[in-house]
Design a protein around this ligand. Structure first.
Ligand SMILES: Nc1ncnc2c1ncn2[C@@H]1O[C@H](COP(=O)(O)OP(=O)(O)OP(=O)(O)O)[C@@H](O)[C@H]1O
Ligand SMILES: [Mg+2]
Length: 390
């Protein structure tokens, strides 16, 4: 029986270990950004071990010890902050990994070069070591500056004119996430393609429509599934990008903007989409993608599992003003919302991440319905602003 080492589970993922045909050891990473409950649902794993997230040597020691006792066949992680540990363990023990194969987790500029070589639509970009390089880039057209190793929209700044350049440079450098990458500013609606890859065969499971606060920082404010757009070109470009990176196994969350010249890649994340996108996928299609990716890791079978959406689901984030956040509200809705038809749940989970205070999750017959219900519920929160106060 396959022995899987799962790194960095969250409660809903760990709950999918129930009824799984394999032996799973759970490695929880203490202090991991975004949080990782150390013990929740550990009881469904064959074994539970912990290591400190920021101690790579400790993580490798623990994995090597486990492997001596009960040899591991595969190591998997499905969240951003588990990926460095997955790559290191796979390389050291010489075992299969998800995402696979492991790589050096190239920065966004190297990814751009690989996408272009793999036939994706080109996006002008330049890794800049000095502000005057950014200036020359911006003179050629509107740009987005972002950290080469960024995530969570940290340090992203749109620059339309050269007089905004210095502010943009400082903003990106302030995030402390690597060099400053300047990219051509892509205009158009934004989407993500949720994919599943097994032994080099890619399946686009669903296209998600994404809402952001727009320039200058493009903070995510919500998602709806299925996307209200023609999805074929988006799926094709996403699959091209996965092949270009050499990705063969595991879920991915591929972000794109549909420009007048067709869909162009924003970035590829070789993991499940965050923001409960896996729950939207289950609500709109019935596919339990969390269970599916665990099955794929245990027993890779490239057969397609997807199907068309039979319903729609949306998530909206409630962002707070500085004052709301500082006062530590749990603001309650001003009017009762519990009985709103289509509301699955709202959660108040304040985080300093762009002052996000919580989320509203809804279900509808179609995407417009699901988005409408989410907006209706959000408006019931005192101080809610649709564009996010970010
Ligand atoms: N070249 C670009 N043109 C237009 N918009 C862009 C561009 N690059 C990034 N953006 C916007 O900024 C957002 C964040 O950029 P990106 O996804 O590269 O950073 P990130 O920090 O990895 O974000 P996240 O983790 O939130 O997905 C994108 O979702 C998009 O809205
Ligand atoms: Mg992104």
């Amino acid at each position: 029986m396959t022995h899987l080492l799962l790194v960095g589970a969250w409660p809903e993922l760990a709950a999918r270990l129930v009824g799984l045909p394999g032996r799973v050891t759970l490695l929880q990473l203490e202090g991991m950004p975004g949080g990782s409950d150390l013990t929740a649902y550990g009881r469904w794993a064959a074994d539970l071990v912990t290591a400190r997230w920021d101690q790579p040597a400790e993580i490798l020691d623990i994995a090597a010890g486990l492997n001596r006792r009960d040899p591991l066949d595969v190591v998997a992680g499905y969240g951003e902050f588990a990926l460095p540990a997955v790559a290191a363990i796979s390389a050291q023990l010489g075992i299969r990994s998800v995402p696979g194969p492991v790589d050096q987790r190239p920065g966004k500029s190297v990814q751009r070069t690989l996408f272009a070589a793999g036939g994706c639509r080109p996006v002008r970009h330049l890794l800049c070591s000095r502000p005057d390089e950014v200036r020359a880039f911006v003179e050629a057209g509107p740009a987005v500056l972002k950290p080469d190793l960024g995530n969570g929209s940290l340090g992203v700044f749109a620059v339309d004119r050269t007089d905004q350049m210095e502010q943009g440079w400082r903003w990106v450098r302030g995030a402390g996430l690597g060099a400053v990458l300047a990219e051509e500013r892509l205009s158009g609606p934004e989407f993500s393609v949720e994919t599943r890859s097994v032994s080099g065969l890619h399946e686009a499971l669903m296209v998600t429509e994404k809402f952001t606060s727009g320039p200058p920082h493009f903070v995510e404010i919500g998602h709806v599934m299925p996307a209200r757009t023609d999805v074929d070109e988006l799926k094709d470009e996403a699959v091209r990008a996965l092949s270009a990176l050499g990705h063969t196994d595991g879920p991915a969350h591929v972000e794109l903007i549909r420009t007048d010249d067709g869909p162009k890649i924003v970035e590829v994340n070789r993991r499940l989409g965050g923001d409960r996108i896996w729950e939207l996928l289950q609500l709109s299609t019935g596919i339990d993608v969390l269970r599916q990716v665990l099955l794929d890791a245990l027993d890779p079978k490239p057969a397609a599992v997807g199907g068309d959406a039979t319903a729609a689901a949306a998530i909206r984030f409630v962002h707070g003003s500085e004052a709301m956040f500082a006062n530590g509200l749990p603001a309650r809705p001003a009017e009762p919302i519990e009985a709103v038809e289509g509301l699955i749940r709202w959660r108040w989970e304040p985080t300093t991440y762009h002052r996000r205070l919580g989320y509203v999750l809804t279900y509808g017959a179609d995407p417009t319905d699901a988005v409408g219900i989410a907006e209706q519920v959000c408006k019931a929160f005192p101080g809610y602003s649709p564009a996010g106060t970010v």
